[in-house]
Design a protein around this ligand. Structure first.
Ligand SMILES: C[S@@+](CC[C@H](N)C(=O)[O-])C[C@H]1O[C@@H](n2cnc3c(N)ncnc32)[C@H](O)[C@@H]1O
Length: 363
């Protein structure tokens, strides 16, 4: 990490006490590793700690600390390591979140033989005919981000494969990657290296200090949170922005995306039959990912306390692209029309299309 431990600590907030954190002193770290080697260190849920701890951050009480192992700071309440036995407590991560974490650790961010991530191979559309359409969507995000800045928060970063922020297109000095998936964070670290800060944490309860980031992105994440925590996640993004900072959130309407779902009914029917076949005939069900989206009206009904603009990130769903967009069959013309409508009527296309873009600005 190019930032010092003290600089990193100034960005953090304890997910248990909600107070500040400070780096462990060298003698505290030695003591922690000595206790870990003797099997005497326990996490909040009572499980023993066996890994070599590289550094750590503790609240002012000093009763517990959060460890850094392999460059990943574990900042979930359950990752807190107690110096004295806290007694066994239940795992605080909700079942829905545990399912998401396990899906991405065990399947989503595992590589395929072709060198892709399983989730991109399964849910993405990697055909050449749609490449320009996808690039256009990413540029839409880049245009709305500041040209340069100190810190970009990537909430639910996975391997940080979206938002080109490397090489010539590098805009931010530091990218904070937050994710539940340790496998995703390790992949992000191998892409971004020392310029990143990697935190295993919950985006619904961001363990970051108020007003500490210049910009934030949260792409394809919110719909994987339990519905009753999605509002808290948006408010948390607003809280950690500096004044005049901006957060971009790409969401998916899912079952509420009526146009796309009707247009792709045959695709969904085939998928259901394929799932049933794999489950019952082959006995190898596809790993499922937890997903529960709100509709547009829910977002309209909430009192946010800040302006929440809705625009279009991408109106066409992946099933729609796979069904109707093929080279030489007028596919390019469909994509050109979609881009023109998304650019000309961003709000309308955000509402009726598949992937809205929420824009949050801090006054
Ligand atoms: C569809 S992937 C998107 C990854 C990345 N933002 C991108 O656009 O490529 C969703 C990611 O969100 C993470 N995620 C889901 N729920 C989360 C939560 N409550 N806290 C932190 N990360 C979460 C998952 O582990 C996964 O890496």
């Amino acid at each position: 990490m190019t930032r010092t431990s003290a600089e990193i600590a100034s960005l953090l907030r304890c997910p248990i006490t909600r107070g500040p954190l400070t780096p462990l002193k060298p003698d505290e770290l030695d003591e922690a590793n000595r206790l870990a080697a003797a099997g005497a260190l326990r996490r909040r849920d009572g499980t023993p700690v066996a890994d070599k701890i590289e550094s750590g951050f503790a609240p002012s009480s000093g009763r517990f600390f959060y460890p850094v192992v392999d460059g990943i700071l574990a900042l979930l309440p359950d990752s807190a390591i107690f110096r004295e036995a806290p007694g066994s407590r239940p795992d605080g991560l909700r079942d829905e979140k545990r399912r998401v974490r396990d899906f991405y650790d065990q399947t989503g961010w595992q590589p395929t033989p072709e060198g892709l991530f399983s989730e991109s191979a399964r849910f993405g559309d990697l055909r050449a005919v749609t490449e320009g359409y996808h690039r256009n969507c990413e540029e839409r995000l880049l245009r709305r981000l500041p040209a340069e800045g100190g810190i970009l928060l990537d909430a639910g970063s996975g391997p940080a494969q979206n938002i080109r922020d490397t090489g010539a297109s590098r805009r931010f000095r530091t990218r904070i990657c937050v994710d539940l998936s340790r496998v995703g964070l390790l992949a992000a670290k191998s892409r971004i290296g020392d310029r990143g800060i990697y935190i295993q944490a919950d985006v619904a309860d961001l363990p970051l200090a108020d007003g500490c980031v210049d910009a934030a992105v949260c792409l394809h994440v919110l719909q994987h949170l339990p519905p009753d925590e999605q509002g808290a996640a948006l408010r948390g993004l607003h809280r950690v922005l500096k004044p005049h900072g901006r957060a971009l959130v790409v969401y998916a309407w899912g079952y509420h995306s009526y146009l796309m779902n009707i247009a792709t009914l045959p695709y969904h029917l085939i998928r259901i039959v394929k799932d049933l076949y794999l489950r019952h005939a082959v006995g190898r069900p596809q790993a499922r990912i937890y997903f529960d989206a709100h509709g547009y009206r829910w977002f309209r009904r909430q009192t946010w306390g800040f302006p929440l603009e809705i625009a279009s990130w991408r109106s066409l769903s992946t099933p729609f692209l796979k069904c109707y967009v093929h080279g030489g069959w007028g596919g390019e013309r469909i994509l050109r029309l979609a881009v023109a409508l998304e650019d000309r009527f961003p709000h309308l296309m955000g509402v009726v299309g598949h992937y809205p873009l929420f824009i949050i600005e801090k006054a």
